[in-house]
Design a binder for this molecule. Structure first.
Ligand code: KIV
Ligand code: NA
Length: 277
């Protein structure tokens, strides 16, 4: 088993081989994503919404993220493991950001951390990189900025914003980022970012010209409870499958067809003879 490394991702970009990535939130999702063969597994802070039921990523704490990251670590053998820095864990000052990132490296076995933002994070990306913490950037639609963006909306649709995005990407690369995620931008814009950078550009809602794609695990398998965004494709129908199975379970219990005799333990013949007259 050959583990995926940051240089291996760079090599994929150089040879124009698409990079596959998924989020994972716990041991079973990590096992499944890793066994499917994805190159990169992200413990995304979207787990605040998909598995913790918050309505944005903002309430997620360091401790909550640590709990999930450690469970994912136990399920990943091959993929490169990246952990999202939660909102509030890297915005206060660079020293506390390095401390928090080091916790994910040391206590959760992360191989890189991801932080949101372009030019305003360049100095921090450099600082983390100097501390031997590989960094994945994240630009475009950055969900931790939901209140600044005024909702989850497609970014970089006009000339000025496109220029800004391209500059942000270049600044993150220059600061030492090992890859960047570009989320929620027009396909044509993401294509220009991927073209302009040497490091891999992993897209979500950013069209097919990126160097790789990432999806939220629960979106990809339909383990969600609302209509998906336009960019989501359902590659499995896990929610429907599970609900149908659970309803069958309830029926079987009510009809006393579960458990069957074959699903029950039995006494030995000798003991049975002694206690049954
Ligand atoms: O939290 C997350 O799931 C993410 C991906 C969508 C890139 O940041
Ligand atoms: Na995230």
């Amino acid at each position: 088993l050959v583990r995926v490394t940051a240089p291996a991702l760079l090599q994929k970009k150089r040879s124009a081989e698409p990079i596959t990535a998924l989020t994972a939130t716990d041991y079973p999702t990590a096992r499944l994503a890793d066994e499917a063969g994805v190159d990169l597994i992200l413990v995304g802070d979207s787990l605040a919404m998909t598995v913790l039921g918050y309505d944005s990523t903002l309430p997620l704490t360091m401790d909550e993220m640590m709990h999930h990251a450690r469970a994912v670590r136990r399920g990943v053998q091959r993929a490169l493991l990246v952990v999202d820095m939660p909102y509030g864990s890297y915005q206060i000052d660079d020293t506390s950001a390095v401390k928090n990132a080091l916790r994910f490296m040391q206590e959760a076995g992360a191989e890189a951390v991801k932080i949101e933002g372009g030019r305003r994070r360049a100095a921090l990306v450099e600082r983390l990189t100097q501390a031997e913490i590989p960094v994945v950037g994240h630009i475009g639609l950055t969900p931790q900025s939901v209140h600044i963006m005024g909702g989850f909306r497609v970014q970089a649709r006009q000339e000025q914003a496109i220029e800004t995005l391209l500059e942000d990407a270049a600044l993150l690369e220059a600061a030492g980022a090992i890859a960047i995620v570009v989320e929620g931008v027009p396909r044509e814009v993401a294509a220009r970012v991927a073209q302009a950078l040497t490091i891999p550009v992993i897209g979500i809602g950013a069209g097919p010209e990126c160097d790789g794609q990432i999806l939220v695990f629960h979106d990809a398998v339909q383990l969600t409870f609302s209509q998906p965004a336009k960019f989501v494709r359902r590659f499995a129908q896990a929610g429907d499958e599970m609900l149908a199975g659970l309803r069958e379970y309830c029926d079987a219990v009510k009809q006393r067809t579960f458990p069957a005799d074959s699903e029950s333990y039995h006494l030995s013949a000798e003991v049975r003879a002694r206690i049954e007259p």
